[in-house]
Design a protein around this ligand. Structure first.
Ligand code: SF4
Ligand code: MSK
Length: 644
């Protein structure tokens, strides 16, 4: 195929199939939008009031100011900061729902939710300063849930999870006055500051941008991750499968899509319910397959080993197989195109959150109090719909994977139950077998060849002995390419990393979960600092972050909290900031002194790899552990092998 849309042949195959059937997909609409608006791409348009909309001419000709007098840097900063606020709100609202569910589990034994990980509950209680002595787990969980909920609305003070960060990092934040007080409070203030005629200093806007993003990473996202672990279990390595081939020709297929696992956990139980399995068989099916798309998929994979049908750009293609009897969506990354597409098939599209209804989809408002009954009703509907299935076209491809690397699992994997700590990881970094760690995360984006950025970048990093930790759609891309198996260490990793992976039986690419689980990476980095030998702060570590195919506002919030936590972070595709040189200088250069971490934008995944490898080597030199290692360079043949 000339110019394929994806490096995943399954995707290209399904796109051909969709074209033959006259079905429109995201790639068709992306083509219709070309060329994209240059003002928007550079962050130069403002709709903050109705004297506008205004735009700044990127060629340097007039207009160079908005009607109110706003300059390019103010407009760019306001737009970027609004993205941070929006992304933080999304992750944090997710965290709030989880905290409310923990409250329910603690107070209502009939709710169907329970406290599964008491060890984690105790650890979180200790972080929150809650006494755990002689307390029944329900009482402890109630206090943890109340404390977490208080973190959303607190007006002064500090959010609770900040204490997890290394002390030196906390001191940097305190000195800058950017420790988040309350999660909601920082988001509201960000929206206020970026409205017409308020904060007009791009550096000051971005200082609060950092505070808001920290309220995401060390606030809302961490609440979501840690409390989900208490409720549903802390992930540990588990086998699974990925790609559209996981859909079954003969089972009833239920696909969960979105982000919050509160209902999908109940669907996972319902799909194993004997009565429902019998019902499926009496309807002529062989069983029930519950598969996922996007981050809900990651959540049910890391805890139950349930299969993943694909990442965000594959949601329409799953429907186009004709094999999805029900698609259940909650919040975030759900394409509004789905109802129209589903009309071509028998697929039942069900929205389950009152916050996210879609015209043309069936809305079922499932309350947490009766979530299990709601989940059973949904599975029954899917079974009833199985009889309406027409011809199906399911690609054969699927790939094995191992996922579930919470930071606790990484501890255990590397240190065993007796030596369980980050000491072995730090030792292997110090002795040079592992050069450093990179978090490669984020979305897929039709502006670039699907999966190519993720797979190409990760292949180069592991070949250069850099351990990769992943979340989100990026993890799904690399899982499809086969990187998430222990065997891939021998095939793809450099000698040192392969040796470590072989010794402990782990893949060179560790899947840590969904987008909110990027907070696991923050905790892991903090542990690496606490263990010692690699400096006093996250910014001293030989680590970096990347989102090579990002698209969501949530990705910008994640990038900003990584940078503000001291991590060098590179985004692919482009960043909507290039309209202001001053703004670019601020986040690409001045941030180095301010945070010890900074942003970079680079569309080419090979160049992203080069930036990260150079950064990690420079950090090693600074720590006195550099061994002048040469970078492994990829030739055309190696690159061609990336096509999966
Ligand atoms: Fe234009 Fe200023 Fe209004 Fe923005 S806030 S739309 S730059 S007048
Ligand atoms: S789902 S936010 S496309 S990673 Fe978390 Fe994937 Fe990005 Fe949505």
């Amino acid at each position: 195929m000339s110019n394929p849309k994806s490096i995943d042949s399954t995707v290209n195959e399904m796109l051909e199939h969709a074209k033959t059937r006259g079905l429109e997909t995201i790639w068709d609409r992306a083509d219709e939008q070309k060329p994209h608006c240059v003002y928007g791409e550079r962050g130069l348009c403002c709709r903050a009031c109705y004297m506008g909309p205004c735009r700044i001419n990127p060629t340097g000709k007039k207009p160079q100011k908005g009607v109110c007098g706003a300059t390019a840097e103010v407009i760019v900063a306001r737009n970027f900061a609004k993205m941070i606020a929006s992304g933080t709100a999304a992750h944090s609202d997710h965290g709030r729902e989880v905290a409310k569910t923990l409250l329910l589990a603690a107070t209502n034994p009939d709710s169907g939710y329970a406290i599964r990980d008491v060890r984690k509950l105790k650890r979180v209680a200790q972080v929150f300063g809650i006494s755990i002595q002689d307390k029944p787990k329900e009482k402890m969980a109630l206090e943890v849930a109340e404390r977490a909920l208080a973190d959303f609305g607190r007006q002064e003070g500090e959010i609770s999870f900040i204490k997890v960060a290394p002390e030196k990092r906390q001191a940097i934040w305190r000195k800058l006055g950017i420790v988040p007080r309350g999660i909601d409070r920082e988001v509201v203030e960000m929206i206020h500051r970026t409205s017409m005629g308020v904060d007009q200093d791009h550096r000051n806007i971005m200082l609060h941008g950092a505070r808001t993003a920290l309220a995401d990473g060390w606030g809302g996202s961490m609440v979501a991750t840690e409390l989900q672990d208490i409720l549903f279990g802390t992930p540990s390595p588990i086998r699974g499968q990925v790609n559209l081939g996981v859909l079954s020709k003969t089972d009833v297929n239920v696909v969960v899509h979105g982000h919050e696992p509160v209902l999908s956990e109940m669907l996972a139980l319902a799909a194993r319910d004997k009565e429902l399995l019998d019902l499926a068989r009496s309807a002529g099916a062989t069983g029930i397959t519950l598969a996922g798309i996007c981050c809900t998929a990651n959540e049910v994979l890391i805890r139950h080993g349930l299969p993943i049908a694909g990442n965000v750009l594959q949601q329409e293609l799953a429907v186009a197989t004709g094999a999805v009897d029900a698609m259940i969506v909650d919040v975030q990354c759900i394409m509004p195109s789905l109802p129209q597409l589903c009309k071509n098939f028998h697929t039942l599209l069900i929205t389950t959150s009152p916050k996210a209804k879609i015209e043309g989809a069936r809305s079922m408002n499932i309350q947490a109090e009766n979530a299990y009954q709601g989940a059973r009703t949904i599975v029954r509907e899917a079974i009833a719909n199985y009889a309406n299935r027409g011809a199906v076209d399911i690609p054969r491809d699927k790939m094995d994977l191992v996922a579930g690397f919470s930071h606790e699992a990484i501890t255990y994997m590397l240190g065993g139950s007796f030596r369980g700590s980050y000491v072995p990881l730090n030792d292997n970094i110090i002795n040079g077998r592992i050069q450093g760690v990179a978090g490669v995360v984020g979305c897929s984006n039709p502006k670039t060849t699907h999966d190519k950025g993720h797979v190409g970048l990760v292949e180069e990093l592991i070949a250069n002995d850099i351990l990769v930790v992943q979340t989100g759609c990026s993890a799904i891309a690399c899982a499809k390419a086969g990187f998430l198996t222990p065997e891939s260490a021998v095939k793809h990793a450099g000698k040192g990393l392969a040796e470590v992976c072989r010794a402990v039986g782990m893949p060179p690419v560790l899947h840590s979960g969904s987008c909110v689980d990027n907070s696991r990476i923050l905790i892991a980095l903090s542990e690496m600092v606490k263990v010692g030998g690699l400096g006093q702060d996250i910014s001293d570590l030989p680590v970096a972050g990347a989102a090579p195919e990002w698209m969501s506002e949530k990705a910008i919030a994640i990038g900003q909290y990584f940078v503000a936590s001291g991590v060098f972070t590179v985004f692919g595709i482009g960043l909507p900031v290039t309209g202001s040189e001053l703004f670019c200088r601020h986040i690409f250069e001045e941030y180095k002194d301010l945070f010890g971490g900074h942003w970079a934008a680079q569309p080419d995944q090979t160049k992203i790899a080069g930036l990260i490898i150079d950064h990690i080597h420079a950090k090693r030199e600074k720590l006195g552990i550099g061994k002048g290692k040469e970078r492994v360079l990829f030739d055309m043949e190696m690159r061609r092998q990336l096509e999966v």
